[in-house]
Design a protein around this ligand. Structure first.
Ligand SMILES: [Zn+2]
Ligand SMILES: [Zn+2]
Length: 164
């Protein structure tokens, strides 16, 4: 659903706060659908000198498999984003935080999804020092060693040890 921004663009200093619950449960990421609960988005809009400043806050919960051991990791996030909505981009303007809205409408849902996806952590781990799975037998090394790999002794060290 698109938000109508006309009023904001018309009066300098006008403010509006919008809260929306967004359903991203169908969004797929690397073969899983991580948005296990509705995403709470809060948008604070403020018109300023012919543009509209947008402070965005997104609260969401992700359920993703750990990159190393595949155990499901459920974690809550709270992220903030900032954008400036403009009716048109002027030549040479840095478009990084500027979002052109020529129709004076904003698709908040799409913007939140883009922001959140671009900001995804590169790695999901159940814990910092997750030991992962044994590539041979598949045992979860967090639960203990499996015995597939004996610690190898450097033969040169072995010679030294026998001399001592
Ligand atoms: Zn793990
Ligand atoms: Zn093993």
């Amino acid at each position: 659903m698109a938000m109508d921004l006309r009023k904001l663009f018309q009066s300098d200093g006008a403010e509006e706060t919008v809260c929306q619950e967004l359903d991203f449960s169908g969004v797929e990421l690397g073969g899983v659908k991580p948005f296990c609960a509705p995403v709470e988005a809060k948008a604070r809009l403020k018109s300023f000198a012919g543009s509209v400043e947008l402070e965005l806050e997104a609260r969401f919960t992700l359920a993703m498999p750990c990159d190393r051991c595949a155990a499901e990791v459920v974690r809550e996030y709270r992220k903030e984003f900032f954008h400036v909505l403009v009716r048109e981009l002027e030549n040479g303007e840095d478009a990084d935080e500027l979002i052109p809205v020529p129709e004076e409408e904003l698709d908040l849902e799409r913007l939140v999804l883009e922001d959140v996806l671009l900001d995804m952590p590169g790695q999901f781990l159940c814990r910092e020092d997750c030991k992962g799975l044994c590539p041979r037998c598949g045992k979860n090394w967090n639960e203990g060693p499996c015995g597939c790999y004996e610690p190898e002794v450097d033969p040169r060290l072995e010679v030294l040890r026998q001399l001592l």
